[in-house]
Design a protein around this ligand. Structure first.
Ligand code: CUA
Length: 305
């Protein structure tokens, strides 16, 4: 993990002005702090003549009133101009993706399929995100690619981002939304256009039927336990829409909204006791299952590529 805060390491044109503005404010703030501390030192320990000069009405009017008014006005106008283009649609032919803030995860609707907690985009192409919420206010934030944008129930907010280079970008909810707020993370993954096209084509296909015996037992359990009441696995009877779409779960790098790596072990652990990993999540626990049953379920989910 880099020591540079993510906002100061921009990877797209919608985030670069934020970093520029931050650096200018840091530098200007540092210079003014040093100068003011110098005046404080003079006021405390300087010669009497200097102290007198500092106390004059004119010094106070210029230094204490005129200087901040001019400087802050210039910074405001410059900052507004610098960031005016942020979040607005850029070039033609944007990719449109709807992201819905759920409790506490992210529903990601592409034009022809749905996924969760990972937003995959092609490098260089503008992406228009339609941000909404099904419950309380969330805030969508990928620090290296754009500023924050709130997700407000009953309102559609738009944010345009462009990833300039391939990468795996950390995202998180930036508005307190309940007990698992800090556990509401996601990944934005930028792929070169050919790799993106392959990913998109694979996501639009229905799920593969499991071949291994253990995964077939897992699929049968998935059906009899009623997992399909909340989760959709395209091409099967599981058509629930409350929870994350699991059709291509195994293609994702993380589970539980970015907080755990995605493998059979974490899938089994989360299924057994979701509350232990994400307090107050809506999913009930399946701790009553035997270890072989949990492993079979995990093997099925781990095979949904
Ligand atoms: Cu969603 Cu904080």
């Amino acid at each position: 993990m880099s020591l540079v805060p993510l906002t100061l390491d921009p990877a797209g044109s919608q985030a670069a002005p934020v970093a520029t503005l931050s650096w200018v404010l840091f530098a200007g703030g540092t210079v003014i702090f040093v100068v003011v501390m110098g005046f404080v030192a003079v006021a405390l320990f300087g010669p009497a003549r200097w102290k007198q000069a500092l106390g004059r009405e004119r010094t106070i009017l210029w230094g204490g009133l005129a200087f901040p008014i001019v400087l802050l006005s210039v910074l405001l106008v410059w900052g507004l101009g610098l960031t005016a283009s942020l979040g607005k649609a850029g070039a033609a032919d944007p990719l449109e993706i709807r992201v819905v803030g759920e409790r506490w995860w992210w529903r990601v609707d592409y034009p022809s399929f749905t996924t969760a907690n990972e937003i995959v985009v092609p490098v260089g192409r503008p992406v228009t995100l339609e941000l909404i919420s099904n419950n309380v206010i969330h805030s969508f934030w990928v620090p290296r690619l754009a500023g924050k944008r709130d997700m407000i129930p009953g309102k559609v907010n738009r944010l345009t981002i462009v990833a300039d280079r391939p990468g795996d970008y950390f995202g998180i909810c930036a508005e307190y939304c309940g007990s698992a707020h800090a556990l509401m993370q996601f990944r934005l993954i930028a792929l070169e256009p050919p790799a993106y096209a392959r990913w998109e084509a694979a996501q639009a296909r229905p799920a593969l039927s499991p071949r291994a015996a253990i995964a077939q037992r897992g699929e049968a359990l998935f059906q009899t336990l009623g997992c399909g009441g909340c989760h959709r696995v395209a091409g099967t009877r599981a058509q629930g829409l409350r929870g994350p779409d699991l059709t291509h779960l195994a293609s994702r790098r993380t589970i539980a909204a970015g907080i755990m790596p995605n493998n059979a072990r974490t899938l089994a652990a989360f299924t057994a006791d979701p509350q232990a990993h994400k307090p107050n999540v809506l999913m009930p626990g399946f701790g009553g299952l035997s270890a072989p049953e949990l492993l079979a379920l995990a093997a099925y989910m781990d095979g949904l590529e």
